[in-house]
Write a protein that binds this ligand. Sequence first.
Ligand code: FAD
Length: 363
Amino acid sequence: MTNNIVVLGAGVSGLTTAYLLSQDPSNKITVLAKHMPGDYDIEYASPWAGANYMPVGKEGSAHHKWELDTWPALKEITDKYPEAGIHFRGTLIYNRKKDQETDTGKWFSELTQPNPWYKDVVLDFKSIPSDQLAPGVDNGQEFTSVCINTAVYLPWLVGQCVKNGAVFKRAVFKHIADAANAHHTGEKADVVINCTGLSSKTLGGVVDDKMYPARGQIVVVRNDPGPMMSTSGTDDGEDEALYIMTRAAGGGTILGGSYQKHNWSGIPDMNLANRIMKRCIDICPSLVKEGQGIEGLDIIRHGVGLRPLREGGTRIEKDKVDGVAIVHNYGHGGFGYQASFGCAYSAVSLVKEILQNKSRAKL
Ligand code: FAD
């Protein structure tokens, strides 16, 4: 028996889900999306991400499990498939207790605490001795994590899906149920997987008003400082952030950032950009030559992406809309890559439940 499956959305959530499903030859998969890898658009979060694995899920939560389950997959891809555009990278994390109540501090509270659950997951985790910390930093840790070049990794995922027989088509839908009629076989899909990110706020049949953006502004530079770095906050604003990561395979270095909730602007704010660059050089002087400031940065581009946040957390569940079986997998905020496989495993198990019921109904 074959299963006709539509994956709606070609960001990291849709592509990872399609990749897993495509490994079963009985699944005939169509990936439908307005935006595909190669596009840069404010409605498409995935290309803008750093992206790295810096866990933020609270211990004991579903989010914790998704991140925990994602590490082995990312590590395996990094080890076995250098062409996927992921590399291992040293990582430094600095925590200031005074950031605890800010938006950025809350977002990073699990990442920055001295004894996090992920210490047994990432490689070479150790605390930084307090006499090696800068003034004002209360605790710090170092470990080895991964950094993903999204411009290479997303097309790699497309390639894996295509190799396994999945068909990709551009399409824009006003209503989720319409996607069931666009399977490449011409037959109706047995299940539609909704991976539309922030657009789930307005997509007919979903209209999830719990969705909202957290605006992330970045500067991409050619400079390569070495390790990745992140702090619990900055002195420039409660929704500004400081992180540095050099992407694999010539992807440049991402300087971030911001975490501006409910801000929909896709236009880079050049004052914020200056603050981002200055903060990064302050914490990591080796970004530029000795004595240089911002003028020592070789800028590739400024960028803005909207992290698809959801009040109450990521939605991974079954639904039925106008008679069409749906599995939702959206609302991944600032952790869509580092939770990608964990979330996709959960979505795939719901798809399997729907397909089993279909088989039983046909007996
Ligand atoms: P998206 O990438 O937004 O994809 C949505 C897809 O649905 C697109 O293909 C779109 O065209 C399609 N679509 C939507 N509506 C329709 C419609 N009506 N019809 C047809 N198609 C439709 N995460 C990490 O894990 N690590 C990081 O280091 C990290 N850094 C980040 C830095 C920044 C600056 C930003 C902005 C995000 C970062 N993230 C990071 C978060 C991560 O990028 C997101 O969680 C993730 O990209 C969300 O992916 P998605 O596939 O759910 O949504």
